[in-house]
Design a binder for this molecule. Structure first.
Ligand code: PMP
Ligand code: GLU
Length: 398
C-alpha cells in the first residue's frame, strides 16, 4: 500500500513504543522493571476523579466548543495569573487533547514548507517529527553536559535566521531535567525578540517538578514583549497524574490560538467533555497531592542518582527538575553482554531489556548518543530492584 511521503518519513514515538513493549512482555508474564515511560505512577487524586463522575451524572456528555469549555479556560486563565503572574483573555487559551496535541496543532498552524524550528538537543521525542509532519525543518542544536544541557544565547543566535518560525524551549526538560534560570531565559528571549518571525514555544508540562531550590520561571513572564512572542504549552497530565485523561492547553497570541481551535474544529472536535470537567477540578482544587508527588519524586531521584553513580564508568548530571535522569553510558561501548557487542545506546537498551529485564530509553531517541534516559516516576521498591539488576548486568559485561 502506498502511503503519503509524510507518513513514510514518520517514526512512531520511541517512548511509547518502548512502553508498549514493556506492557506486552508483562502480559506474557515476564517481570520487567519499567524506567522507560514518563508518567507518574500515582493515581489521579480522588477529588478529580469525583468531578468526572459528577460530570457524567450532570449530563456533560455532549459536544463542547472545539477549543474547550469556558469554565476550563477560566481555570487556566486563573492558574496562569496566580502561578505565573501572566494575564490572558479567554480567546488567548485553547484546550487540546493533551499537550502533545497542542504542540502538534501549533506546528500545523505556524509552519509552511521549509520553515525552521530550533530544537535544542537532547529533546523530547515528538518535537522533530511533529515539525516534519507540518512540512517544517527541525534545526537541532546540540547542548552539552558542561552547560547543564541548556541552550545558550550564543548558540541560539548562530541558528536564528529569517526562516526561523519557532524556538522550542522545554523547561524543566525531558529528558535531561535541566531547568533554565531567569537570566538564561532573559538572554534567550533577547535573541528571539530581535527576530520578529520567531515565536517561543515554551513547553512547561513539568512545571511543578523542580528540586534543590530551583524555581520554574515561565519565559513569558519576563516582559509583555516576550509574552506577546510566546506560546505556552502545558497540561494536567504530569502535574495531576492524569496522563490518560488527555487534557493539555496552549496560551498565547490570539491569531495562533484561534487557528489552533479552528484546526481542532476540523479534526478532533473538542477534548472529552468529562475530562475537561475533571481538569477544572484539578486546576481549582487543593495542591496538596501535587506537593506530595513532588516530594516523593525528589526522594526517588536521589535513590536513582546514587545507584547509577555506583555503576562503573557511568556519570550522571544532577537533574534539577522533571522526573528523569540522563546518565552518560558510553564507557560500555565496545564491551559485550552475553557475547553481544554494545556499540550504541540502543544496543544497551535492548540488552538491558532482554537480559536484565530493565526498560529504559536510548539517548539516540532524544537526539543524543552516548546517554540513556531513566524515568523515576515509579515506586522506590521498583527503583531499588531495577538498580540491582543493572548493577548485576554491569558486573557481567565482557
Ligand atoms: N511535552 C513533553 C516534554 C512531554 O514529556 C510530554 C509527555 N508525554 C508531553 C509534552 C505531552 O504530554 P501530554 O500527555 O499532555 O500529551
Ligand atoms: N512524555 C512521556 C515520555 O517522554 C510520555 C510518552 C510520550 O508521550 O512520548 O516518556
Amino acid at each position: 500500500m502506498r502511503l503519503s511521503r509524510r507518513a513514510e518519513a514518520m517514526a512512531p514515538s520511541p517512548t511509547l513504543a518502548m512502553d508498549a513493549q514493556v506492557k506486552e512482555m508483562r502480559r506474557q508474564g515476564i517481570d520487567v522493571i519499567g524506567f522507560s515511560v514518563g508518567e507518574p505512577d500515582f493515581d489521579t487524586p480522588e477529588h478529580i476523579r469525583q468531578a468526572a463522575v459528577e460530570a457524567v451524572e450532570r449530563g456533560y456528555t455532549r459536544y463542547t466548543p472545539a477549543g474547550g469549555i469556558p469554565e476550563l479556560k477560566e481555570a487556566i486563565r486563573d492558574k496562569l495569573a496566580q502561578v505565573n503572574g501572566l494575564t490572558y483573555t479567554l480567546d488567548q487559551i485553547v484546550v487540546s487533547v493533551g499537550a502533545k496535541h497542542a504542540l502538534y496543532n501549533a506546528f500545523q498552524v505556524l509552519l509552511d514548507d521549509g520553515d525552521e524550528v530550533i530544537i535544542p538537543a537532547p529533546y523530547w521525542v515528538s518535537y522533530a517529527d511533529q515539525v516534519r509532519l507540518a512540512g517544517g525543518r527541525p534545526v537541532i542544536v546540540p547542548t552539552s553536559e558542561e552547560s547543564g544541557f541548556k541552550l545558550t544565547a550564543e548558540q541560539l543566535k548562530q541558528h536564528l535566521s529569517h526562516r526561523t518560525r519557532a524556538l522550542v524551549l522545554n523547561s524543566p526538560c525531558n529528558p535531561t531535567g535541566a531547568v533554565y534560570g531567569r537570566e538564561e531565559l532573559a538572554a534567550l528571549a533577547e535573541a528571539v525578540l530581535s527576530h520578529p518571525s520567531c515565536l517561543i514555544i515554551a513547553d512547561e508540562i513539568y512545571e511543578p517538578f523542580v528540586y534543590d531550590g530551583h524555581e520554574h520561571v515561565s519565559i513569558a513572564s519576563l516582559s509583555p514583549d516576550v509574552q506577546a512572542r510566546t506560546l505556552i504549552i502545558n497540561g494536567v497530565s504530569k502535574t495531576y497524574a492524569m496522563t490518560g485523561w488527555r487534557i493539555g492547553y496552549a496560551a498565547g497570541p490570539k491569531a495562533v490560538i484561534k487557528a489552533m481551535a479552528d484546526l481542532q474544529s476540523q479534526s478532533t472536535s473538542n477534548p472529552t467533555s468529562i475530562a475537561q470537567w475533571a481538569a477544572v477540578a484539578a486546576l481549582r482544587g487543593p495542591e496538596e497531592p501535587v506537593r506530595k508527588m513532588v516530594a516523593a519524586f525528589l526522594e526517588r531521584r536521589d535513590i536513582m542518582l546514587e545507584g547509577l553513580r555506583a555503576l562503573p564508568g557511568v556519570t550522571v548530571h544532577q537533574a534539577a527538575g522533571a522526573f528523569y535522569l540522563f546518565p552518560r553510558i558510553d564507557a560500555v561501548f565496545g564491551r559485550t553482554a552475553g557475547g553481544q557487542r554494545i556499540d550504541t545506546s540502543a544496543d544497551l537498551a535492548m540488552q538491558l531489556l532482554h537480559r536484565a529485564r530493565v526498560a529504559l530509553v536510548p539517548g539516540s531517541a532524544f537526539g543524543m548518543e552516548g546517554y540513556v534516559r531513566l524515568s523515576y516516576a515509579t515506586s522506590t521498591e521498583q527503583i531499588r530492584a531495577g538498580l540491582e539488576r543493572m548493577a548485576a548486568f554491569w558486573r557481567e559485561l565482557g
